[in-house]
Design a protein around this ligand. Sequence first.
Ligand SMILES: *Cc1c(COP(=O)(O)O)cnc(C)c1O
Length: 436
Amino acid sequence: MSPAAPGPRSRALFCRARRSLVGGVDSPVRAFRAVGGTPVVFASSRGAELIDVDGRRYLDLVNSWGANLLGGAPSPVVAAVRSAVSEGLSFGAPSPREHRLAERIRAAVPETELLRFVNSGTEATMSAVRVARGFTGRSLVVKFAGGYHGHSDGLLARAGSGVATGALPDSAGVPRAVVRETRVLPYNDVGALDRLFEKEGEKIAAVIVEPVAGNMGVVPPIPGFLPRISRWCRRSGALAIADEVITGFRLRRGAISTELGLSPDLLTFGKIIGGGLPVAAYGGRRKVMEVVAPLGPVYQSGTLSGNPVAMAAGTAMLDALRPKVYRDLERASARLARRIEEGAEAAKVRPFALQRVGSMLGLFFAQGPILSFDGARRTDRTRYARFFHAALRARVYLPPSPLETAFVSAAFGPPEVDRAGAALARAFRSAAGRDG
Ligand SMILES: *Cc1c(COP(=O)(O)O)cnc(C)c1O
């Protein structure tokens, strides 16, 4: 089946974008390379919908890669940004708005005794690793295959969706000497963790891990995996870094790692805490964070860090995240997951596995359960691509890669869930009908 044809304005604008922007995009996965076809160009978003430049409306299951927990343009966030803008765009100096957001994060995440705002998840994880190295005086960093922690040099080894999709095992431009300080283990592999720590435990500065992996589809930790990381870190003097850029404030109000058995020394946040604006943060135990300048010798800075407009957006976002939001989100996500599974079953799509953790949905055209990056990569990419384009025709915007997570937003009430469920059931039928 040929890819969905974008509307005429979308097509023209994307052609034009390619003359100025690398590949017509600012982040690789948006270019549709993993699914083929031409990206849709969007004009606006509202609630559960994205509206493209041709006026076509799509139910949005990307939600800005998870940032838009409340869907598009939630009114409390928009109002807070409007009001902040009228008071100035950036001071490059302390302002009460950054204190407010910091206090809300600390209140929701007791593990972050001290924190620092930055502008992207990449900066947060890169800085957390630097802090861990500065604190321990060691250099090795352990990550897991399929874990994505932003695009800093040392963390771009077997880094999940975007990188795997581009068929770059690592990235060009990353010196071998840098990656030599990174050890990559299979996710959920306790034995491999034991062996590495027995051999090199004394040299390990940190283990960085997504408490629920969200950059190879959705891969939950098996029981015992995260506690084992904590145990080894405690025993060897390494720090545990919970990368909660996706999971933070998505699975509950705060971090999820402690609940899952990881005791993090450092945590990173992004996506949701900016309410749709570029905000991220890293933080953790006071003793550890006190190595950061100006209190300590680890340097890290940012011209626009703690930007008042972005801080206002983040604060309004967190203030809107009441318990009811999470209860409704869970209900909508469970219902949508069920509808998707029924749709796949009715169209006799096999093998198919839906892995859900809260409002994170991983759709694998593979036999489940998927527990690692190697497993995730066995998913049938061609079938995903067909399904993706059939869904696009049915006006549902899914992540344009089989290794990304579909995110449900709180703007999905029962009617939106039912519309999405019905559209995706049609998409399964039409994609399967042409499987041959
Ligand atoms: C998105 C993401 C990052 C990087 O955040 P950016 O804001 O894109 O730099 C880091 N870690 C995880 C787990 C992510 O999903």
